[in-house]
Design a protein. Structure first.
Length: 367
């Protein structure tokens, strides 16, 4: 569960029907001249992300940015993907400046197909747009009985350790793995101290960031709680610190992991990071591991269950908290939000009302 400062204040929360939200988002993409099948894919990625409770990468923050980028000509609504290199277990694809949330499922499914034949499938995808929550794409492989990995690199929001200027992206990492009786393992985290979109949530909610989240205009880590001024459409983000915050708390590790992601996503696909080419597009990495190529599948999921059960049974230092593992909260959120609706901030609902009027499309159904 997200920390309190990232959650919608109860007085500002409006629950909306997930099916209605899915349909309205698809209509918005169609109005941006996105083909029907891609509009469905994009809508599915965003709503699935919101259902899991990953509000940072659902409709609240990202959809308005996607719409603006389409309207400004920064995104290609009908990209023609091009294969650069294709081998038995690997492929490198040019995304033709299309939106990553629509290209990610396609890329992961290619990785799965290759893994079915060779044991491992790896896809690099460059010249692409924002991919959304990387965990969504990793879960595609887990749902097919494989271990999935998805990484993405791009932007220069993050300060290297001891740096005065930002150079690297938030560069998130995700891994999903199936289990038998327990909710699937799903790890999805930025390699910055805080995801950029969480800054937008704090700005919208009028709350404060935790110490060690951002740096000042000289790159010095701010080790006090700090508020963030809301910019127009909540787009501008202050300099973020690497995972760990400052050097004493291990920011060199987050910094190194960010470069780890940059190498696999950007350099491996034949490109240079945005610190070198500010006009470069985003680059992504997808991997699927066929469990049967390594061990018996049923043995694997049984072993996963034993590990997950042991973690859940671990005593907590605080009776009001519980020991969990990555993925269980997302599973619980999904069950709740399918039944009770997806919570949106009233400002987000107002944005939907405005865009629905401008585009002459359906309005959201309030739950």
């Amino acid at each position: 569960m997200m920390l309190d400062q990232f959650q919608i204040p109860k007085g500002d929360e409006i629950r909306v029907d997930s099916d209605s939200l899915r349909d309205v988002v698809k209509q918005i993409f169609l109005k941006c001249e996105v083909p029907n099948d891609q509009a469905e894919t994009g809508s599915d990625v965003l709503i699935s992300t919101d259902l899991r409770g990953v509000d940072t990468h659902g409709v609240s923050n990202m959809l308005r940015i996607y719409v603006k980028d389409y309207q400004d000509g920064k995104l290609n609504p009908s990209p023609n993907l091009k294969t650069i290199k294709d081998n038995i277990s690997t492929i490198n694809i040019d995304g033709d400046n299309g939106l990553g949330i629509m290209q990610g499922p396609y890329a992961m499914n290619i990785a799965i197909e290759k893994a079915q034949k060779t044991g491992v499938g790896i896809v690099t995808l460059f010249n692409s747009g924002h991919i959304g929550a990387v965990g969504h794409h990793a879960m595609i492989a887990a749902d097919k009985g494989m271990v999935g990995i998805c990484l993405t690199a791009g932007g220069t929001l993050v300060l290297p350790t001891f740096a005065k200027e930002t150079r690297i992206g938030t560069n998130p990492i995700s891994l999903a793995a199936p289990s038998e009786k327990y909710p699937y393992f799903l790890f999805d985290a930025a390699m910055s101290s805080i995801a950029g979109n969480k800054v937008r949530l704090v700005a919208r909610n009028g709350t404060k960031l935790s110490p060690g989240s951002i740096g000042d205009n000289q790159g010095i880590p701010i080790m006090d709680s700090v508020g963030v001024a809301a910019s127009e459409d909540f787009i501008n983000i202050p300099p973020l610190l690497p995972l760990g915050g400052n050097r004493d708390q291990g920011s060199h590790k987050g910094y190194g992991l960010s470069l780890f992601v940059e190498i696999l996503c950007t350099l491996l696909s034949g490109n240079v990071p945005n610190m070198v080419d500010p006009n470069g597009k985003l680059c992504h990495f997808f991997a699927a591991f066929n469990i049967e190529a390594f061990t018996d599948y049923y043995k694997f999921i049984s072993n996963m269950d034993q590990m997950l059960k042991t973690l859940l049974q671990t005593p907590s230092i605080d009776e009001s908290e519980r020991v969990i593992y990555p993925g269980i909260i997302e599973h619980e959120n999904q069950l709740d939000r399918i039944k009770n609706g997806i919570p949106l901030h009233k400002e987000v609902v107002e944005w939907f009302d405005n865009i629905s009027n401008k585009m002459s499309i359906d309005k959201l159904s309030i739950f």
